[in-house]
Write a protein that binds this ligand. Sequence first.
Ligand code: TRP
Length: 380
Amino acid sequence: MAELNVTPWEVSGELNDESYNRLVKKFGVDLISDALLERINMIAKGKLHPFLKKKIFFAHRELNLILDDYEKGNPFYLYTGRGPSGKMHIGHLLPFTFTLWLQRTFNAHLLIQLTDDEKFLVKDTSKKEIAGFTNENVIDILSLGFDPKKTHVISDYQQAKTLYYYATDVAKHVTVSTIKAVFGMTDSDNIGKLFFPAMQIVPAFLLPAITGKKMRCLIPYAIDQDPYFRVARDVLPKLGYYKPSSIISKFLPALQGNSAKMSSSKAESAIFLDDSRETVRKKLMKYAYSGGRDTAEEQRKHGANPDIDFSFLEYSFLEEDQKKVDEIYRKYKSGDILSGEMKAIAADKISDFLEGIRERRERIKENLNDYMFDERKLNF
Ligand code: TRP
């Protein structure tokens, strides 16, 4: 088995329950217990996001403090982000449906950071290309339906003045040896990469810094981003802010089920937001990792394993009617539904979702400014 290596810039090795448990121990995060899940469920009035039900979001840091504040009527805010290194596929976009659910459930302000500077520093991509991806990615994300009054998009280059001002507060408290140890960087990494973590930490205290109001921050992220927020939890109390809380996800299953992240480097290894109905269907039929049996006969007899089946999982993430999901699960597992049918059901659901995105994109494009970070919007 390849050794597990999870850093913000590289994810390799086998990702299974055991390796996630090892990461949880190594990073010092807590699993989301049944009791905590039930507490969230009560607040959400029984409407848990599928990622919580399926334990895709499976770990946290001090989520209870966020819920305490919420129940006392003290506002907290959300912060998440995206590294704009290419076109987005559904594996990139789905985590934002979870953030949207959080925004709606808790009626919270949200900062979305686009780390264009990071992608310039770590990849071999031109600034011009990155600017194009930043612009397109923001439109994709916002088309999920975020609330313009409570959503604040930050591009590191565009908001450099504000971010840099606060990043120096962070940088002053972080040594080179900490960054090397936490991120696995070496002397041959460029100095921009060494400084960059300060930029990603800023949004975790930006709202209290600007408004002067003490409030907590909850950060949803995939576990490879944990190093930033470990450092943030060390530094923020020194600056007079709360430690940020986290809600942490596993990586989403990949189309081809190679247990690695869905990759955007190969067109056929992911479903892109601009894939047509026909393309989505073809990709699923040809590549989707299946939990089915080798022959139709065997499957009718023994059923499939929906829990590892890309098509079933995507369907379950996108179908809001839980009864329908349970029904398909049962039928697929018992052999009533064959893999080809499962793929067709999922292809339809995915294409409906993508069509919604593509329709809403146009309206977002016209109103993009409403969503951009602007200190004057923070009058609360
Ligand atoms: N560095 C992240 C990436 O490459 C983007 C990011 C910035 C982010 N801030 C974040 C992700 C906060 C999650 C939470 O994708």
